[in-house]
Design a protein around this ligand. Structure first.
Ligand SMILES: NC(=O)c1ccc[n+]([C@@H]2O[C@H](COP(=O)([O-])OP(=O)(O)OC[C@H]3O[C@@H](n4cnc5c(N)ncnc54)[C@H](O)[C@@H]3O)[C@@H](O)[C@H]2O)c1
Length: 431
């Protein structure tokens, strides 16, 4: 038996809020806890700021049902789930300050018999070092009195509800009893398989998953660089290579974004710098892609001080999320090299770029392109896949960098454009 009827979910963001709503839908009495008073006020008013329609619907239903209430501080409960952010520090390590703040604030409400689960992506050892230590300080024995487990989230933004419910999970317990209890708990509201392990194994597994993606994207980006130098099209080469039954090369692009893939490898690199040298190099390759694409545009004739229209702020197609997006790195490169810019995105409404960089967004493509000297496609939104050359008529220049390989290059060349396709040689009339 998991012996859980009441649950406090701490951190009501992309992961915590849908988890809280799904728990409420499964019949648990759920408190959603967040330190942001605006989030609490919105949820109390029955509003949900997350734009995924299915998430917003289950959140509204959960609040209306009375099974999900929200507050700034956790009350006593049978289970506590921590889903607060774990960004990278400026020095490249894991910033666990929000997890520490969350467990310390919740500790007075945690009594013997509670199940305490950390879902935030964390370095190896964090469940023991941060969660267990905070409960020891509260006078609880982390093995005898409470059940502490680490259960990383694997959701894919855009399919959050389906993935929380159906993905397999790895549950790492500080003790076997904690792992078994956490497994029963997840089984009570999720359909995917649950593997039990030690907390350290589960922590490492989560970091390994996203590092695997990052390194493989870096490999595709290195292939793109070779293809540009060799004068062939990397997409054609990848298509051919992937016919091999045991090969699956990923797609190259102008970088990776989101709060997982570009972040999580650092939690390994920071602790194991020598063993993780491949991971560090992969991070450098992926983070350098946006500036590299700009460099190719410069070689193709981008006039100094000109204005670049950027198509796409989101880190992935058809998403409204610009966190850690390659466009943010492109803005830094443009600022460093003295260019002006405008950013278009059909989905993203908010974007924050560091260093006082102005990243005002528009959803008007014609206005964004009007008078621009060049355009750079940074996101594979469906809306960009159907673009024909006449949509770019208002530009004053005729240079386009296609970082996502969405354009029909020949049509643009015939219309008088010079196209710099990522992973393929420059294309212009007569070349
Ligand atoms: N978003 C994803 O798709 C995803 C996928 C897998 C793993 N993760 C991991 O899950 C964790 C949470 O990510 P997220 O995307 O949901 O973050 P988020 O930024 O969307 O939301 C986090 C919420 O936690 C709140 N918060 C911060 N500190 C708090 C505290 N001390 N007490 C109470 N509330 C606090 C914030 O106000 C915010 O509302 C991170 O470790 C992330 O790496 C996220």
């Amino acid at each position: 038996m998991h012996n859980v009827r009441t649950v406090a979910v701490i951190g009501l963001g992309y992961v915590g809020l849908p988890t809280a709503a799904l728990l409420a839908r499964a019949g648990f009495d759920v408190q959603g806890v967040d330190r942001d008073p605006e989030i609490i006020a919105e949820l109390e008013a029955g509003e949900c700021r997350l734009s995924e329609r299915e998430v917003a619907a289950i959140v509204r239903d959960a609040i209306a049902s009375g099974r999900l209430s929200v507050a700034a501080n956790a009350e006593p409960a049978d289970a506590f789930i921590i889903c607060v952010p774990t960004p990278v520090t400026p020095g490249g390590g894991a910033d666990m300050s929000m997890v520490e703040a969350a467990i310390n604030a919740a500790a007075p409400a945690i009594a013997a018999g509670a199940l305490v689960i950390l879902e935030s992506t964390s370095p190896i050892g964090a469940t023991r070092d941060v969660i267990a230590s905070a409960l020891v300080a509260r006078g609880l024995d982390p093995e005898a009195d409470v059940d502490i487990a680490y259960c990383p989230e694997r959701v894919f933004p855009g399919a959050t509800v389906r993935e929380i419910l159906r993905n397999d999970r790895v549950v790492g317990g500080l003790t076997e009893r904690a792992a078994s209890r956490a497994k029963l708990f997840y089984r009570s509201f999720c359909e995917g398989g649950v593997v039990t392990a030690s907390a350290e194994t589960a922590e490492f597994a989560k970091l390994m998953e996203n590092t695997f993606r990052d390194v493989n994207i870096a490999l595709a980006n290195a292939f793109a660089l070779i293809a540009e130098d060799a004068g062939v099209d990397v997409m054609e080469v990848i298509g051919a290579a992937n016919r091999h039954p045991r090969v699956d090369v990923l797609s190259p692009g102008p970088g990776v974004g989101g709060h997982c893939i570009p972040v999580d490898p650092w939690f390994l690199i920071d602790r194991f710098p020598e063993a993780a040298s491949l991971m560090r190099m992969s991070r450098e390759i992926n983070d350098g892609q946006a500036a590299r694409l700009l460099g190719r545009l410069e070689e193709a004739g981008l006039p100094s001080g000109s204005t670049v229209a950027i198509l796409g702020a989101a880190y992935r197609g058809n998403l409204d999320d610009a966190r850690e997006s390659p466009t943010i790195r492109l803005l830094s490169a443009l600022a460093d090299r003295g260019y002006a810019w405008r950013v278009h995105d059909p989905h993203v409404r908010r974007m924050s770029a560091p260093g006082g960089i102005d990243a005002i967004l528009s959803d008007d493509l014609t206005a964004t392109l009007a008078g621009a000297d060049a355009a750079m496609i940074m996101t594979d939104h469906s809306a960009y896949r159907m673009l024909s050359p006449d949509k770019f008529d208002g530009m004053s220049g005729r240079l386009i960098a296609d970082g996502r390989r969405v354009l029909h290059v020949q049509a643009f060349v015939e219309a008088g454009y010079t196209v710099v396709p990522l992973g393929a040689p420059l294309a212009r009339a007569g070349v």
